[in-house]
Ligand binder design. Structure first.
Ligand SMILES: NC(=O)c1ccc[n+]([C@@H]2O[C@H](COP(=O)([O-])OP(=O)(O)OC[C@H]3O[C@@H](n4cnc5c(N)ncnc54)[C@H](O)[C@@H]3O)[C@@H](O)[C@H]2O)c1
Length: 272
């Protein structure tokens, strides 16, 4: 169902790789709600992914950008404003990658070059995106910037590895940059802390099947899907949430406030 919540709004969506991607679902929902946008992803993802299908479906242009490259981001922001015909109202940062996770390297045995690469891609890129937007005065007043995160920033999930630290850094950047963006440009900055979701990035985490099943049993409303996350993001891009900023917002079916559930207890006691 569409509510026309984003009619006339323009933005950039990072991170749509394939139809499972949270950013893909978000692009579809933003389009349904009347928003227009530029799609972007790392040049390598252009070759591997199916982003052209999404661009066609949503009438969007694609501008490749490695989110760790200031040069690429500068080009992206300038061209996006040209294509969309003005400043931006919303930006979604939906980017994450850990080389240690990918290569099965334990948290207690990090390759620090890989750790640094993961931090740059997963967290510092958010600062780089916002700094580029800020310096180019690219956001309209009452615009909204959202990044996606996971609860391993607050609690221990051993197999999430160095991504836990990256997410803690990402959430801190949202607050720190959000202050300046709010004070100077009236732009809000938030992170959404999403349930485990079966995407390329999600499934890359060791033990993901157990992880997602456990979270589902623990949450009174069950895991939030990629579509749920897209819908939540639409509300944060809309004018209905104008003074929500500097927040880490859980979209997780209630998981983050649970201690134990009957369903988990039953499984633990072998009664199921
Ligand atoms: N899937 C989950 O369980 C889950 C849970 C909570 C939060 N998140 C977060 O959601 C976001 C989106 O991930 P997803 O689950 O949709 O997986 P995904 O694999 O579909 O998306 C990750 C995206 O990051 C992009 N990316 C990687 N390196 C990049 C770079 N250098 N420059 C630009 N883009 C780059 C990839 O190309 C890909 O499109 C990530 O921040 C992820 O950590 C995912």
């Amino acid at each position: 169902m569409s509510y026309n919540l984003l009619k006339g709004k323009r933005g950039i969506i990072f991170g749509a790789l394939d139809p499972h991607s949270i950013a893909w679902k978000t692009a579809e929902r933003v389009h349904e709600e009347g928003g227009t946008f530029v799609l972007t992803n790392a040049p390598i993802a252009m070759r591997m992914g199916q982003i052209n299908d999404l661009a066609e479906k949503t009438g969007s242009e694609i501008i490749p950008a490695d989110a760790t490259s200031i040069e690429d981001l500068q080009n992206l922001v300038e061209k996006s404003m040209e294509i969309l015909g003005g400043k931006l109202d919303f930006v979604l940062h939906s980017i994450g990658m850990s080389v240690n996770v990918r290569k099965g390297r334990a948290y207690t045995d990090q390759n620090y070059d890989w750790t640094q690469k993961g931090t740059d891609v997963s967290a510092m890129s958010f600062h780089k995106v916002m700094q580029t937007l800020y310096k180019n005065d690219a956001m309209n007043e009452w615009g909204s910037i959202v990044a996606l995160t996971y609860m391993a920033a607050q609690r221990v999930f051993p197999d999430y590895n160095d991504m836990a630290d990256n997410k803690a850094y990402l959430e801190s950047i949202a607050r720190s940059f959000g202050y300046f963006f709010g004070r100077d440009k009236k732009v809000r900055v938030n992170t959404i802390s999403q349930s485990p979701t079966p995407t390329t990035a999600g499934k890359g985490v060791k033990g993901f099947d157990g992880f997602i099943a456990y979270a589902d049993k623990m949450s009174p409303l069950g895991n939030a899907t990629a579509l749920d996350c897209a819908n939540y993001t639409v509300t944060l891009f809309s004018d209905l949430t104008k003074r929500v900023t500097l927040q880490n917002l859980f979209n997780d079916g209630g998981f983050s406030n649970m201690g134990v559930s009957d369903a988990v207890m039953d499984t633990f006691m072998g009664e199921e």
